[in-house]
Design a protein around this ligand. Structure first.
Ligand code: GUN
Length: 232
């Protein structure tokens, strides 16, 4: 059973992980969807297109929140200097996971993200890096441990699947494709969602989880269960 949420299956890839740079052989239906929506490969895995960038600019709420190089906080890898005075008020994207690109690797954004399901089914894992509790781990003794949250997104509301989910800024997020049930693996029509980030997305407000950080945030058992969700 899972060391993270015993009510859900262990965190393991359902669709075979693939090399991110490999040429993808999507089903004709998915290839058409990718083409119609003008989706591009995302560096996190999956496909995306930015559908809106509000030209209205707001004061940058992350101004001067980056620790200086001399700071003892070695856990922040955002590249923004914290000096940009403004941000676009919001941005929105479509995001798609497919059997050929079935996983969005652990990363975080400074902005808060509102996710809305269009179709398909998937599993999310959130590491609350901002809610770290000292807790005993048999492998390493007393260490810092962040809350790990996992849930299913999908149309089956009666079974607790979510149609909309919010991830606050600063939390690490990963996701992977699940079958709807019944279909052949190759018939999966993908997980298609929309995401709105407030304030708008900038790469400088984005960073990937690193193995060292994962191992520092969670227990060894949890890290072992989630290692495959890191960016290769
Ligand atoms: N460009 C690259 N990744 C992203 C993203 O996640 N959101 C937006 N809006 N633009 C991007």
């Amino acid at each position: 059973t899972s060391t993270i949420d015993s009510s859900l299956p262990p965190l393991a890839p359902v669709y075979p992980p693939k090399d991110g740079s490999a040429t993808r052989n999507e089903s004709p239906k998915l290839a058409k969807l990718i083409s119609l929506l003008s989706l591009q490969q995302h560096i996190e895995g999956g496909y995306f297109v930015e559908t809106d960038r509000d030209t209205n600019r707001v004061p940058n709420p992350f101004l001067n929140t980056t620790p200086s190089a001399s700071s003892s906080d070695q856990t922040t890898f955002y590249t923004s200097t914290g000096a940009e005075k403004t941000r676009n008020a919001s941005t929105s994207i479509h995001y798609l996971l497919t059997p050929e690109s079935p996983m969005g690797a652990f990363h975080r954004n400074r902005g808060r993200t509102i996710h809305t399901l269009h179709r398909g089914r998937g599993r999310y894992v959130i590491i609350h890096a901002d809610q770290v509790m000292p807790e005993y781990d048999s492998h390493s003794g007393m260490r810092a441990k962040a809350r790990v949250e996992t849930f299913i997104v999908g149309q089956n509301v009666e079974k607790g699947e979510r149609l909309q989910w919010i991830v606050d800024g600063g939390k690490y997020k990963s996701s992977f494709l699940l079958p709807l049930g019944g279909e052949d693996a190759a018939d999966n029509g993908g997980l298609l969602i929309s995401e709105t980030v407030v304030p708008g997305f900038e790469y400088s407000d984005h960073d990937f989880m690193r193995i060292e950080r994962l191992e520092a945030l969670v227990t060894k058992e949890q890290a072992d269960e989630m290692r495959w969700m890191l960016r290769k």
